[in-house]
Design a protein around this ligand. Sequence first.
Ligand SMILES: *Cc1c(COP(=O)(O)O)cnc(C)c1O
Ligand SMILES: [Zn+2]
Length: 390
Amino acid sequence: MILRCIECGREYSSEEVRYRCECGGLLEVLVDLGEVENIFDGKNITLWKYKSFIPVEKRVSLNEGGTPIYRLENLQTELGMKEVYVKNEGANPTGSFKDRGMTVGVSKALELGMDKVICASTGNTSASLAAYAAKSNIKAYVLVPSGKIALGKLAQAIVYGAKVVPVRGNFDDALKVVVEASSELGVYMLNSINPFRLEGQKTIAFEIFDQLGFVPDKVILPVGNAGNISAIWKGFKELYEAGFIDKLPQMIGIQAEGASPLARAWKERREFKPLEKPETVATAIRIGNPANWPKAWRAVEESRGVLESVSDEEILKAQKMLASKEGIFVEPASASSLAGLMKLRNEIEEDESVVLITTGHGLKDPNIILEGFELPEPIEPSLEAFKEVL
Ligand SMILES: *Cc1c(COP(=O)(O)O)cnc(C)c1O
Ligand SMILES: [Zn+2]
């Protein structure tokens, strides 16, 4: 298996531990598309169904993937659209799409003989890494921004037995420490600049095609560290290059306004510059210096897509709409895909098919719902009293 630099094209063996090219560029895994199987029959969908596309032999699995895809019958009508779907990644084993990356990434760690893994995380990466490390009997270290991680995610990392280290600073600060620690201390880094993570996450594209039986016109998803949009695009491109599909979707990446360095650069048609102090209720995408930005930028450019930002208010409104009109409860970051669709509605034809990726489960961050909400006074246990409140 070969890793190739997306900037200078230099190639490396995947048998060595390496996260970046000598030139500093991001690496990607080259998959031999001569060997892949055409198994897109809509049946028995799980991540490992697509093993011929996945560049590891070992397998640590908690049964990830095979997440449901829903047609938004109520919301699509309200939006004046004909075909809007949600691919709900909250249905993965630890409640986010990060499990797709970790089943492959931790498998790779074991192949490389590593017995310690590390990541910086806004929450879901640490929850997921901790679970797969537990399953593999190896040690996980997770560095999280102090005080800025959703309650449920923190509980997960703790109960799965990871060593949780809060960092004074934000995600970008924590990632800097992790990058240094991984090279100095010989621990395997599983942030999304690790290209094997993206090899798992690209299966979202395979599942969308497998479940729908066609390629949608547009795929909309939140962008934080920018790995997932790159991964899903890679998945669609592999299907195309293997000759299994004859069209590609447009990739639409949504950032939160207070953490939107990519969307801003895109809209202002200027060079990408990191943002110092990212701030948003959508903690999973509270990132000012997306490590995978060059891959994400290419994904959007090549697919003739767009990068957009939405406000916290729009995100929370979309979160409520998805839950109260479709029965799908997602965390705030995930709702930015619906918020993005609403914001871009006028630029999308009514009969275009759209898939929104909802990246994580709503129960991870219950506080955001309960803030500012007060339960009414309890009633006496009688029908009379109940009738009174109706
Ligand atoms: C990690 C995460 C994102 C951002 O994904 P990137 O690959 O970092 O762009 C979005 N939503 C949720 C719920 C996440 O956990
Ligand atoms: Zn290079």
